[in-house]
Design a protein around this ligand. Structure first.
Ligand SMILES: [Fe+2]
Length: 366
């Protein structure tokens, strides 16, 4: 084995090691793709490189999701039909290609060079394969030392493409699951609200008001996600309240109110049945504690101050504000400014004073 081959193998291993590390460290698909393309270009000494991915819905076209090199920005927004051009051919066939002279390859899609002003001479293109399908390709263009891409370059790119394929598939599955879970919760929230025509859209609005506060106090992306889900489902326990109480077109009497208050614990019990438990623990707490008051005079437990989970203190403001500004059968909803004055008046008693202040200043910005 000569020295050059040894060096190349070492570079290949280092490139793969870097990608493996980034996959462990980040769930961020863009970061992983960026590193994979940079490594491939660096080791294979390519002038330019592009990652083409099929559109997840129709699977008719591939698009350049990432491009590096001169004139790379010119590729933005372009699309290539699967089967057309070398990249489209590789995606359709799932087979790698080394093209030493693009002008002699009838598949070459010249329009991309015409549109960007870049001159492609030679290229290497490998498919991005997932379990049973090809989702795009990794393409390197023009070797910088004037040589042609070789089998070593192809082997490295095929190994990197394997990692990219898995990363893209995982990311798409993760995104699909998150989207499905969110739309499921939103549908569930609408179903709760739909039982009472006067509360239609309530959970959605409570969620929006809560997120205003959450974002203003700098909650992390993860905390915002939990807050949004908790707000969607804060009243899910109303499923267990009888129609004659839930839909009563007059203020509730004492006995009825005792029953109505149970929606907090019922909600918590329902949500605690969802698996995995650690993902819903805080959402269930939100349902349990959204009627607690900062001064300890709320229900069901009468806990006070910071004993009440932060998300429940936020939701208490959002929930009350929406309830005040929405019409009920026995009273008209308050005007926004009157309801805001009421939030201010109850800051420190019913509501966390700091969060109430944040809510007031966020609402003033509108
Ligand atoms: Fe409630």
């Amino acid at each position: 084995m000569n020295e050059t081959t040894d060096k190349t193998r070492q570079q290949h291993l280092e490139a793969l090691w870097e990608i493996a590390k980034s996959l462990q460290a980040s769930l961020n698909l863009e970061e992983v793709l960026d590193l994979a393309l940079t490594q491939a270009m660096g080791v294979a000494k390519a002038e330019a490189g592009t990652l083409w991915l099929s559109d997840n819905q129709s699977n008719e076209f591939i698009e350049p999701v990432l491009a590096r090199g001169p004139k790379a920005d010119g590729l933005k927004g372009l699309k290539l039909k699967i089967g057309v051009g070398v990249a489209g051919w590789v995606t359709a066939q799932g087979k790698s290609q080394l093209v030493s002279d693009v002008l002699n390859d009838p598949r070459w899609a010249q329009r991309f060079d015409q549109s960007t002003g870049f001159i492609t001479r030679s290229l290497l293109c490998v498919p991005l394969l997932t379990h049973n399908t090809c989702i795009g390709c990794l393409q390197l263009v023009n070797k910088l030392d004037g040589e042609l891409f070789n089998e070593d370059d192809l082997n490295l790119c095929e190994a990197l493409a394997g990692v990219i394929g898995i990363a893209v598939e995982n990311s798409r599955l993760y995104t699909d699951l998150k989207t499905m879970f969110k739309s499921f919760l939103s549908t569930l929230a609408s179903a709760i609200d739909a039982r009472d025509p006067y509360t239609r859209g309530h959970s959605e609005r409570v969620s929006q008001y809560s997120l205003k506060i959450g974002k203003a106090i700098g909650l992390s992306e993860k905390e915002i996600e939990v807050l949004e889900r908790a707000a969607f489902l804060h009243d899910i326990g109303k499923i267990g309240i009888r129609d004659n109480i839930l839909l009563k077109e007059a203020p509730l009497d004492n006995d009825e109110f005792v029953i109505m208050k149970k929606h907090t614990n019922i909600g918590q019990e329902i949500l605690q049945r969802i698996e995995p438990a650690h993902l819903v623990k805080e959402i269930a707490l939100g349902a349990a504690c959204h009627h607690e008051r900062y001064d300890g005079k709320g229900y069901p437990q009468g806990i006070k101050g910071e004993e009440i989970p932060l998300q429940a203190r936020i939701m208490a403001i959002a929930d009350t504000f929406d309830a005040m500004t929405t019409d009920r059968p026995y009273r008209k909803g308050l005007a926004m400014d009157i309801a805001l004055q009421e939030i201010k008046r109850c800051a420190g008693s019913q509501f966390d004073p700091v969060l109430a202040e944040v809510f007031l200043s966020e609402m003033k910005k509108e």
